[in-house]
Design a protein around this ligand. Structure first.
Ligand SMILES: [Zn+2]
Length: 320
């Protein structure tokens, strides 16, 4: 009894010091907890924490990734707006961007394969790399420019971009599992907008007389769009961007344009218009305002959805 009493008295006597000690532990604990939460939020990129640095090859993908990741991501495109991904050469600043990335996103199928070299130069082989167009389930690929290659421009079909969105969402959820439900909600909202975009394009193209649904562009970015919406690609001015077509190739194209009775030839924003102008002059067709495909541009073409809307509007206006 007595020792217990003594001990109680001792405690009472020292209660001031004990309270201070408890307070110190409590404060330390709070600081520790805050530190843990800080670490968790930076690794999960939640709330006010650090965003996930995503580096991608083209501005079109950067926009799609921002729609899926919202303010969880900080996205950089290596090829600038109005830039040409096919002839792009990464600079030292691009290597630094890649080295700092927590997620790398490319298309593959030959569109942006230069990223592989940039990754090895940045010594960031351990960073997760998403190839958006490679081995997509249920996609029938169309032939590319060379033998045995596939056309990489799947993203010109909003239906395929819904599959891109799934891949991006899966990669972000791996990095930030605590944010899975938020990422899923953002991906679902964006996919629903892509569905509306698809319906809108279908309605617009249906206003072009069927015999006039024919397309000639500078490079071969539209075959998936054309297949989805029932448009025939009569030809492209260059088979491989960055290389001048042979005289024989251009002569055959001129022949095909005349035979098909193509109403208009479309130039694209990131390429010189000279060759397309020459084709139009030779065939008596008109050249129509810039289309967008591999790169975003100035307003109003500052998002993927805007690219598809803009291009569709140009087609309809020229061919209807
Ligand atoms: Zn392209």
């Amino acid at each position: 009894m007595i020792p217990r009493f003594r001990s109680a008295r001792l405690s009472l006597k020292n209660s001031g010091r004990l309270a201070a000690a408890y307070l110190a532990v409590a404060v330390f604990g709070t600081v520790l907890l805050a530190a843990c939460q800080g670490a968790a939020s930076s690794s999960n990129a939640s709330g006010s924490g650090e965003r996930i640095r995503v580096v991608t090859t083209i501005t079109v993908f950067a926009d799609i990734i921002r729609n899926v990741g919202g303010d969880l991501v900080d996205v950089t495109s290596l090829v600038p707006k109005n830039g040409d991904v096919h002839t792009f050469e990464p600079k030292p600043a691009d290597v630094r961007s890649v080295a700092q990335a927590r997620l790398l996103v490319m298309n593959g199928l030959g569109l942006d394969d230069w990223l592989a070299k940039t990754i090895s130069n940045a010594s960031s082989s351990g960073t997760p790399l998403v190839k958006l167009a490679v081995d997509l389930p249920g996609v029938a690929l169309l032939p590319g420019e060379g033998p045995g290659t596939q056309n990489p421009h799947l993203f010109m079909d909003p239906k395929y971009v819904e599959l891109y969105v799934d891949r991006i969402a899966a990669a972000l959820k791996q990095i930030a599992p605590a944010e899975a439900s938020r990422i899923e909600a953002q991906a679902a909202a964006y996919k629903s907008r892509l569905g509306e975009l698809d319906t809108w394009v279908r309605d617009q193209v249906s206003t072009i007389p069927p015999q006039d649904r024919k397309l000639v562009t500078f490079h071969d970015a539209f075959p998936y769009y054309a297949r989805e919406y029932g448009i025939t690609i009569v030809g492209v001015a260059v088979n491989a961007p960055g290389q001048d077509p042979s005289a024989g190739y251009t002569a055959a194209l001129i022949d095909a344009i005349r035979k098909a009775g193509v109403k208009a030839i479309f130039s694209e924003s990131q390429f010189p218009a000279k060759l397309v102008d020459q084709l139009a002059a030779e065939t008596g067709t008109k050249v129509v305002a810039n289309l967008y495909d591999d790169a975003l541009g100035d307003p109003p073409v500052t998002s993927y959805e805007a690219v598809i809307r803009w291009d569709t509007q140009q087609l309809v206006a020229a061919l209807r």
